[in-house]
Design a protein around this ligand. Sequence first.
Ligand code: ZN
Length: 569
Amino acid sequence: MFENLPTTYDEIKDWRWDDFKPYADKLLAIDITDDNIDAWLTGYRQIFELIGELWQRSAVATTQDTTDEDANERYLRYNDEVLPQVMTVENQLNQKLVKSGIVLDGMEVPLQKIKADIELFREENLPLISRENNLGTEYDRLIGAQTVEWDGEEVTLAQLRPVFLEADRDRREKAFRLTFERRLQDRDALNDMWKRFLDIRKDIAKNAGMNDYREYMWKRLKRFDYTPDDALAFFDAIEEAVVPAAERIYEKRRQALGLDTLRPWDTNVDVKGRDPLRPFDDVQALQDKSVDIFNSVDPELGEYVRIMRDESYLDLDNRKGKAPGGYCTYFPLSNRPFIFMNSVGTHDDIQTMLHEAGHAFHAFSASTELPYAQQMDAPMEFAEVASMAMELLAAPYLSEDNGGFYTPADAARARIEHLAELPYLWAWVATVARFQHWVYTNIEDAYDPEKCDDEWESLFDRYMKGIDYSGLEQYKRFRWRAQLHIYQVPFYYIEYGLAQLGAVQVWANSLNNHTQTLQDYRKALKLGGAVSLPDLFETAGAKFALDTPTLQSTVDLIETTIDELEAVE
Ligand SMILES: [Zn+2]
């Protein structure tokens, strides 16, 4: 549709909305017909590739150097001047597309998502959603300000986490109690904030004509392929299939540590008292060995990582001024994913690299294969299958004899640590997600913090078995307030549980037929968000089944693999 458009980021670096506007206006002015819809959608993609490139590049720059004033200014300018216009135009263009009534092949599911947004849209909810965002920032500030004194220094609660890996049990207990005593000081402020969140969410659901906020969020999160009842059945299945396995893994840990009972500060320390793994010294080794590992998994995937390394789309080292955390994003005009992390030479860094690389493969595959912008974004339930499955698929290549970092014994140790966390994650997903079902279908009761604590405690006791909380009940009852999703991103959590179910099934297939599994995995990634969730799972070779038998078989595989690896460790 548009000719002679810029092809590099440098050409659009200083673009303002006025530079984009003529193209958007042209798309808005066209009457969509059967004859021109392909060209119209192609033009849409061309423009949104430019916008996406500008947005992602300016956002990434602020994380690569938080002290870069120029980068910060660019990003703020994009947010203030460009983003509101982009959102308005995007909405107008999508309305136009829906009104045309034309549904091209592969656009059925994307159009269903667009329609859901249009149906939920209420002018009067905009100020409420912005108030909700501000309240989210207030929550961040409150949690971020929680510090304690440790070894004579003031540290954040996050900085205290490495203490739980230390062999000294008294220090771990002290750090645990200190963490919760500090959290409890904010009890009143968090309770007050909670009620304000509930007020806003009650109004948002009512304005949108929904029976309750759960019904509203189900639609907003585009959960077309499973109902709230399906989710509850999934949590029941977790109780049946996963909780006993998590208990067995904790029991093994208790015995290995030689303790009477396992306390909450005993869950992370190495059971054999070994120092943490130190797989690499410099970031070059992390990059190069990642290329080797992915080459072993699948040559095409190895080639993707090689391109990212050679063209500098990997920013992996920890340096002063860099923002914390790790992520993978995608520059649509350059057609390159970008991985950001803060590696310091621990095994966690490798795990992050394997995970984010899965997201990078997804971006490469979908953008190359699909014609239209509306088809690209995979649903979160499947986006995390791409990344979580890659952690498992690449794990056998962690040892030196397969191009990786470790002796066979250390590789086994790293894999055991990873696998042992999976049942725990499912149990935690059920606790956090099920609590929110209760909150938003009993919202008047949920205004009472004591009743929330009661409900939370009963769920915690049901799902988080195997850890002795006696004498720590008030910490346990308080714990939901420290789970940011419950405050900031309501209902967003089951995704991790569903994705993990898909990921373990993909890994199980690879044990029988590696080549076929990788083919299926790559085929599913190429579908982006163009088909339904069950279709994505099926293409990847997994069942989208939220039931006990499916969970049971994956949990059995996890436990038998841990047993096998323990013989090597
Ligand atoms: Zn992820």
